[in-house]
Design a protein around this ligand. Structure first.
Ligand SMILES: Nc1ncnc2c1ncn2[C@@H]1O[C@H](COP(=O)(O)OP(=O)(O)O)[C@@H](O)[C@H]1O
Ligand SMILES: [Mg+2]
Length: 337
């Protein structure tokens, strides 16, 4: 039995104009970055989608387009079967209650002059909960994130990074969302705290029946919590499938490179400027976008963009040679390197 489709993203396109100055426009020298190139993603109820890819691959752009914080240039966004691609006003507010985001940088979303209690109370007020009902709901939220009431009188700076992230999660839960989009929620935390927050999200999914879109540049982290892994490179989905398959039998050379870089991650800790700054330059406008970095690239890769090949078990791979296992190094070889 397949669960209901919550969010359906179909062929999303997003372009950023990098130099929008008048001279650039007049001389036709505008540089355009294709941050999303026909990206499709279907999220079913209770799924945990792990979206991975190095910095600059378009993960945040996809997340923001998915929750309609960003308008797309093409494609459609549907929530439970209804298009919200161009929703405004009431329809947009209704959709946004069902879908909440958690960000990496929680510090900036908390007001340093307000107590945690005020923050939570305000989130509940925004959701329309009457004042009298808020204290009980706040206790419920604290219980969900594993914190006690002493935190309510504290100010954001009196909390650790991990505690602040728990509060951010509590705030996102205030509206009782069905889908939580967490964009690198643990990227700025210590490794030990990362596991705690990942476990918390997993627990919440269990207790509340949440659906998660969990974004990270760390494939190992994502594999741990996801029911499905989606790998992005330069604005396209290059591989997707269940975590066991993608992690142990990756079929795209880019995914193999990501795995070979575990535990450090291709971009190492934090956000490297490297991949993002490569921007439009390193990415070819025709053929496979990964070809310039691909150890297996052949002539056809430079002229023809690969279609997504569907391997058994819902394993999708956008590589001309994905079906030919002879070209792939063995799993042990990749994991050992
Ligand atoms: N507002 C913006 N204006 C111009 N370029 C942007 C903007 N936001 C993101 N980009 C570029 O789009 C690409 C994808 O970025 P992003 O979605 O943030 O990737 P990720 O979250 O995977 O690091 C990057 O090359 C980035 O530099
Ligand atoms: Mg990002």
């Amino acid at each position: 039995m397949t669960a209901e489709i919550l969010l359906d993203l179909v062929e999303l396109d997003k372009r950023y104009v990098l130099d929008g100055g008048l001279l650039a426009r007049l001389t036709g020298r505008q540089r355009v970055l294709q941050a999303l190139d026909k990206v499709s993603l279907t999220i079913r109820r209770r799924e945990v989608i792990g979206l991975v890819g190095e910095s600059g691959s378009g993960k945040s752009t996809l997340a923001q387009a998915a929750v309609r914080l960003l308008d797309v240039d093409g494609g459609s966004v549907a929530w439970k079967g209804n298009s919200v691609t161009r929703a405004r006003g009431k329809a947009l507010r209704g959709f946004r209650r069902g879908v909440q985001m958690v960000f990496q940088d929680t510090g900036s979303s908390l007001n340093p002059r307000k107590t945690i209690g005020r923050h939570l109370s305000q989130s509940l007020a925004l959701g329309g909960l009457p004042r009298a009902a808020r204290p009980a709901r706040i206790r419920e939220l604290l219980d969900l994130i594993g914190m006690n009431e002493t935190v309510l009188t504290r100010y954001p700076h009196q909390l650790s990074g991990g505690q602040r992230q728990r509060i951010a999660i509590a705030r996102s839960l205030a509206a009782e969302p069905e889908l939580l989009v967490a964009d690198e929620p643990v990227a700025s935390l210590d490794v030990s705290l990362q596991a705690q927050i990942v476990n918390l999200l997993d627990e919440l999914r269990e207790r509340l029946g949440l659906t998660l879109l969990f974004i990270s540049h760390d494939l190992a982290l994502v594999g741990h919590i996801s029911t499905r892994v989606v790998v992005m490179y330069a604005g396209s989905v290059v591989e997707e499938g269940d975590p066991a398959t993608v992690l142990t039998r990756p079929a795209h050379p880019y995914t193999r490179a990501l795995i070979a870089a575990i535990p450090q991650g291709v971009e190492g800790r934090g956000r490297s400027r490297d991949a993002a700054d490569r921007g439009a330059e390193g990415i070819p406008s025709q053929g496979c976008r990964f070809a310039p970095r691909c150890p297996q690239a052949r002539d056809m890769c430079r002229s023809l963009a690969p279609a997504t090949l569907l391997l058994p078990g819902g394993h999708g791979v956008a590589c001309h040679f994905a079906g030919q296992s002879a070209t792939q190094p063995s799993t042990t070889e990749v994991l050992a390197s």
